[in-house]
Design a protein around this ligand. Structure first.
Ligand code: ADP
Length: 144
């Protein structure tokens, strides 16, 4: 039985999200679980080398985070999981690092992730999915 399931969501990829929905539903229904949904806002080292990171030219980090979280909350509704089982997270950083970090902090005993973007057919596993499979301390369900 799973107590804590982690589902990383790339909010720009609705096709990927659609793929994982039935698998998350199956596990969340069978198991009395908390489902953690995470979206990572990639940090932009390129901007920061230009000294733009804190300038008015870029949206404020807090605004980005709030916007990402509200988008994630909308997406999560499609999963039709009882609200009391759901927790959403939006953080900045490198997706793979932040996914692994949250997996630790919520003591995830299952991670459900899509293998890669449908258009990236050359890769069997995307770079974030590959790193999560390789480094996670718990089972990872790769949806393809
Ligand atoms: P690709 O390079 O084809 O996009 P990825 O490995 O980046 O492949 O994506 C596979 C999965 O990794 C996604 O379905 C999602 O679960 C997770 N992922 C990728 N980017 C993010 C992100 N920014 N935030 C949360 N999860 C992500």
């Amino acid at each position: 039985m799973y107590r804590s399931i982690l589902v990383p969501i790339d909010i720009s990829e609705s096709e990927l999200t659609r793929q994982v929905i039935p698998y998350v539903q199956a596990h969340a229904v069978i198991n009395i679980a908390k489902v953690h949904f995470l979206t990572v806002i990639p940090s932009h080292p390129y901007y920061s080398t230009l000294g733009l990171a804190y300038s008015a030219a870029l949206p404020k980090l807090k605004d980005l985070q709030e916007e990402a979280l509200s988008r994630l909350n909308e997406i999560v509704k499609e999963f039709k999981i009882p609200m009391e089982k759901v927790q959403t997270h939006a953080v900045t950083g490198t997706p793979k690092d932040q996914i692994l970090k949250l997996a630790d902090s919520v003591k995830a005993d299952l991670i459900i992730i899509a293998s890669h973007r449908p258009d990236m057919t050359t890769y069997l596993l995307g770079s974030n999915a590959a790193a999560v499979v390789r480094h996670a301390k718990c089972p990872v369900l790769v949806v393809r």
